[in-house]
Design a protein around this ligand. Structure first.
Ligand SMILES: Cc1ncc(COP(=O)(O)O)c(C=O)c1O
Length: 456
């Protein structure tokens, strides 16, 4: 299994040929998504057993039945959720990272990969305007990053309370009503409670938080303020400057979840909306969403990485050696993980090959498409725009439609391989939602999708 024999040679040829063909798809088709499990069973029946099989037989089952049973997020027709639209360069380098089994745990074992990853983290920190000492690591996703960052926030608050002679207490965190679901899960896992501050415009502001805190019975239990730089459902950027000011005034940790929208830091047309982000104690940005990296890649940057290290560093006799290096920077010290792949490398390679400007242009393409789409929606009498898009998400309603109508429209779009854009809800109402990421999604496609709402 570990030597290069005839079977390995056959696999190198077949698997690389498959990968080459997949890489050359332009555009990537949407594919069909979920299938009847019985159909999938038939395809793979008997392949996984005590005895091995011919690699081409296994690859054939993969290619014929399993691989098409996805909805390909890297298709320009994928307009739902906010998943990924990786560059070809990043996909290629991801293969290299896998083939070379490159890890990114510690400086001792992986100084080169960690150095390259740190360059990308530095780029992100610079774009945000964070200080030179800022740093962190890449984790698997925004959820893992939010958990790791808020674990630090909690620990720092606990230390603060302990040094003030206050015993242990249940802590709370200020969040907007539109914060990502992973923030709620994080608070539950960390046994903290949310002080949810709803706002009419779905944009958390410093003033709203101040009012909520003034009216609160127990403001002394607050540990952090969580801001969202690009809400998932609507792409709204909270009032980061106002929230940072409240956090500073009350000595609370300021966490910015820019898992989706943080990429807008690279787009000059919207950069101004992020003012205040430079004050984040911790910042999350998912390159696997809108910085065109492959899964799974989330950047987690701390203003003072030493605080994160004091929380996340793992100690064991056999690990002493990794904490004993002259130029030590161990990504494993900055989040809840130990073993990790160097998942920032595909982004590093692609950024180096294409240049940062190309990234800004590709992000601007989605922002511009969202604006054009909003104008197109306003021009159609059977549609209603719900709000002007701030980033690349557009919410709108088809006048007169009920939830079933949206579902039927979306199902038919997928069946016909036109597009994937499942409906969402907005203030309790089922509505339609474009989430643009891929720079090749066209206005022609948008028009076709909207045309299909005309009669019905
Ligand atoms: C604002 C925000 N935060 C966190 C997440 C979770 O990120 P992940 O899916 O990478 O765990 C998302 C995902 O869409 C998001 O949009």
């Amino acid at each position: 299994m570990h030597s290069v024999d005839a079977k390995t040679e056959q696999m190198i040829r077949s698997v690389l040929a498959y990968a080459e063909n997949r890489l050359r798809l332009d555009p990537v088709p949407l594919d069909k998504g979920s299938r009847d499990p019985a159909q999938l069973d038939v395809a793979v029946d008997g392949l996984l057993g005590e005895d091995g099989h011919d690699p081409d037989q296994v690859l054939g089952a993969w290619a014929a039945i399993l691989a098409p049973a996805v909805i390909s997020a890297d298709s320009p027709r994928f307009l739902g959720f906010i998943p990924a639209a990786p560059t070809k360069a990043s996909l290629l380098f991801d293969m290299l990272v896998s083939c070379a089994s490159i890890q990114g745990i510690s400086w001792l074992e992986a100084a080169g990969p960690v150095h390259a990853e740190n360059q990308v983290l530095r780029l992100i920190a610079d774009r945000a305007g964070m200080p030179l000492g800022a740093g962190g690591c890449f984790v698997s996703g925004g959820s893992a990053a939010n958990l790791s960052a808020l674990a630090v926030a909690r620990e720092i608050a606990k230390r603060k309370f302990a040094s003030a002679g206050q015993g242990s207490r249940r802590l709370r965190v200020v969040v907007g009503a539109d914060a990502h679901s992973s923030v709620g899960n994080t608070l539950r896992l960390l046994e903290m409670d949310a002080l949810v501050v709803p706002t009419a415009e779905h944009r958390l502001t410093g003033d709203a938080v101040r009012r909520a805190i003034d009216a609160d019975d127990d403001p002394g239990s607050l540990a952090a303020v969580v801001a969202t730089a690009g809400t998932t459902n609507a792409g709204i950027i909270d009032d980061l400057a106002g929230l940072a000011a409240v956090a500073r005034q009350l000595d609370l940790w300021f966490h910015v979840d820019g898992a989706y929208g943080g990429a807008g830091l690279f787009a000059p047309s919207v950069r101004g909306a992020y003012s205040g982000i430079e004050q984040a104690d911790s910042l999350v940005l998912d390159p696997h969403k809108w910085l065109f990296a492959p899964y799974d890649c989330a950047a987690l940057v701390y203003r003072e990485p030493a605080l994160a290290r004091s929380v996340h560093r793992q100690d064991a006799g056999y690990l002493d050696v990794i904490h004993d290096q002259a130029a030590e920077w161990n990504p494993c010290d900055y989040a809840y993980h130990l073993t990790r792949r160097a998942r920032g490398l595909p982004l590093w390679f692609s950024l180096c090959v294409h240049g940062v400007r190309a990234y800004g242009e590709a992000i601007e393409a989605a922002i511009s498409l969202a604006k054009q789409t909003a104008a197109e929606i306003r021009s159609r009498r059977y549609l209603e725009l719900i709000r002007e898009p701030d980033l690349s998400v557009v919410l709108f309603r088809r006048i007169g439609w009920r939830p079933d109508d949206y579902t039927a429209w979306a199902d038919k779009l997928l069946d016909d391989q036109v597009a994937f854009l499942p409906p969402t809800t907005w203030e309790g109402e089922t509505v339609a939602r474009f989430a643009f990421l891929h720079p090749h999604t066209s206005m022609e496609l948008v028009a076709e999708i909207l045309d299909r709402m005309a009669d019905g």
